[in-house]
Design a protein around this ligand. Structure first.
Ligand SMILES: Nc1ncnc2c1ncn2[C@@H]1O[C@H](COP(=O)(O)OP(=O)(O)O)[C@@H](O)[C@H]1O
Ligand SMILES: [Mg+2]
Length: 592
């Protein structure tokens, strides 16, 4: 199944960096994968007008000259889908970086061809169907256990249907060995452990389902205040150094998705190296296995060609959809979509297209929308349930959210985790602003919370959000007249908000316990703080002073509970609750 070179379909006319004008083009098609020059540089036809084509090249085009041949492939730019994806590290057009580095003198030598899925590995295939069974796109004909936690279903490629004429017996197979034959209307079609899918075409589904189940991230400010649903979309906008990468990595590490597709898009090379070295060492708290056993990394650092960066988010989305079609819940992290938009802008500029806002092409919003539309909670073609959630970082220049990428992204996502420079400067991490962020999934997922976790959660959450809003107004008063002008009952609101921020919202990604919190822990921590607020307010009404309240020993326990109470043993929280109630009882008894 090698990517066969078809024939010469045209010649190079002019070279504009990563974009090439081709002349005398016959037999080419829009979005066709082509090879340019005698080094066979990988490219894609992105515009076709008569015999003139524009080709986006995914490798350095130095040395390409007019009249160099252009070879067609007869197929669109596609990715290989099958066993061998998990734990792999690819560039934007799915070249396996580790294997390429073994062959390359430089980072990636030009024209190097390495199959995306290893052709030597033998996988143990277990057939599920029999000769004579009727099959159609998306149906699983068997399984391959890829890692201890991921058993891949081997799917009939979308668009193929017919009678299963033969199917391999259980045994070891390579990805490109035929394992079944389907009698279709067009004739006999062999099936393999892998199949190809064009990256710019969303894989078909039966229907979209409502988004009612949260994607639990273990990050308290997210799960409790601005939750994302499985199959949902999120933007994380933030200026340089406000914590976009840290937040995405925290979610990638601790969220309860089955598969993570992490697209490192155009950021500095060393950030990707961090991901590459950190992930294999991290252990998944739920399975005790390496987190790489559920992760596919796509790395496009700023020193790689811009076209590959442009393609990387589609490559990532296609891989994610492939796992979704097997019934998995997948989360995509894209860091950063601004670097991707800049690649679009650069390519558009090279093609001398008419620029729109800030030099971005007029189709920027359409492209952003198309990317986020690949998220969803769906019924697959074969009738199982799977999801793709997309979490994209946005890095607006100067941290100014009014620029086009942030603004357009905001139109197409339903959850917004706005990073705040002031919080980051104050070392309040994650610096997700509780005033500028929002989640439109709250209502849809609240039923799930009530059924599975706690009926008090919604009330508690509403109460703390209300306090945070009241705090803003009170802070304005304090600025004018100083804190002493406020009555104790109002100053207590400031105290409780301060406690909530320190004890709950701030979460240290480097602390072994605090780096993630189960939702059970989050719900109970929130409830303790709300209890402190409710009982404290009553106490104040009865004449207890603020100073007395803050001197309670249990106040220190509450401050420290995020670090001191391990996720797998919440009994210490019951002790804190008990102590809190008793302390409040005592205070009130003194003042009755
Ligand atoms: N949750 C967190 N816990 C501890 N430190 C954090 C956290 N989030 C961000 N930081 C600090 O902020 C720095 C910058 O974060 P980073 O994610 O690289 O920013 P960005 O990607 O927005 O440029 C990190 O190196 C780290 O020191
Ligand atoms: Mg970053």
């Amino acid at each position: 199944m090698g990517q066969s070179v078809k024939q010469v379909i045209g010649q190079v006319g002019r070279v504009y960096g990563p974009v090439i004008e081709a002349l005398g083009v016959r037999d080419g098609m829009m979005l066709e994968l082509v090879m340019v020059g005698d080094e066979y540089l990988v490219g894609e036809i992105i515009k076709l007008e008569g015999e003139r084509a524009v080709i986006q090249v995914y490798e350095d085009t130095t040395g390409i000259a007019p009249l160099d041949p252009i070879y067609g492939s007869g197929m669109p730019l596609s990715v290989e889908l099958g066993p061998g994806l998990i734990g792999n590290i690819y560039d934007g057009i799915q070249r396996p970086l580790v294997e390429i580095r073994k062959l390359s003198e430089h980072y990636i030598d030009r024209g190097i061809r390495v199959a995306s899925l290893n052709r030597d590995t033998h996988w143990t295939f277990k057939p599920l169907l029999h000769e004579g069974d009727q099959v159609s796109g998306g149906v699983s004909i068997g399984t391959v256990r890829e890692t201890e936690r991921i058993e891949q279903k081997i799917l009939v490629p979308p668009g193929t249907s017919g009678l299963l004429q033969s199917i391999a017996s259980p045994g070891e197979y390579r990805v490109d060995e035929p394992i079944a034959q389907v009698e279709t209307e067009e004739g006999i079609t062999p099936l393999y452990l892998m199949h190809r899918w064009p990256i710019r075409h969303p894989r078909p589904i039966t229907r979209r389902l409502p988004l009612e189940i949260p994607l639990i991230t273990g990050q308290r400010v997210i799960d409790t205040l601005f939750p994302v649903a499985r199959g949902g979309t999120v933007a994380i906008p933030g200026g340089f150094g406000t914590g976009k990468t840290m937040t995405q990595q925290a979610v990638a590490k601790w969220c309860d998705a089955d598969i993570i597709v992490y697209i490192g898009c155009g950021e500095r090379g060393n950030e990707m190296t961090d991901v590459l070295t950190a992930f294999p060492e991290l252990v998944d708290p739920r399975t005790g296995k390496s987190l790489m056993e559920r992760t596919v990394l796509i790395a496009n650092t700023s020193n790689m060609p811009v076209s590959a960066r442009e393609a990387s988010i589609y490559t990532g989305a296609t891989i994610a959809e492939y796992f979704r079609d097997q019934g998995f819940h997948v989360a995509i992290m894209a860091d950063s979509t601004s670097r991707w938009a800049e690649a679009l802008r650069e390519l558009s500029g090279r093609m001398e297209e008419m620029p729109a806002e800030e030099g971005f092409p007029a189709y920027l919003p359409t492209r952003i929308a198309e990317f986020y539309e690949r998220a969803g909670y769906v019924e697959t073609e074969a009738g199982s349930i799977g999801s793709v959630s997309i979490i994209g970082a946005v890095s607006p220049p100067g941290g100014d959210f009014s620029e086009p990428v942030t603004q357009h992204t905001k139109r197409f996502v339903r959850c917004f985790w706005a990073l705040d420079r002031g919080l980051a400067n104050a070392r309040h991490y994650p610096s997700i602003s509780w005033l500028d962020s929002y989640s439109e999934y709250l209502l849809e997922i609240s039923g799930w919370w009530e059924q599975n976790i706690s009926i008090e959660w919604i009330k508690d959450r509403r109460e703390i959000m209300d306090l945070l809003l009241r705090e803003v107004k009170l802070q304005q008063v304090v600025k004018l007249v100083g804190p002493d002008a406020l009555p104790d009952s109002q100053r207590f609101i400031l105290d409780v908000c301060k406690l909530f921020k320190e004890a709950f919202l701030q979460q240290n990604a480097f602390d072994d316990i605090d780096r993630y919190s189960t939702i059970e822990k989050q719900v109970r921590m929130l409830h303790i703080i709300i209890t402190y607020w409710r009982r404290g307010s009553t106490a104040i009404k009865r004449g207890v002073t603020l100073v007395k309240l803050k001197k309670l020993k249990v106040y220190q326990d509450i401050l420290k509970m995020k670090f001191s109470v391990p996720n797998d043993d919440l009994s210490a929280l019951s002790k804190i609750e008990g102590r809190l109630e008793r302390s409040m009882d005592q205070l009130e008894n003194i003042y009755v």
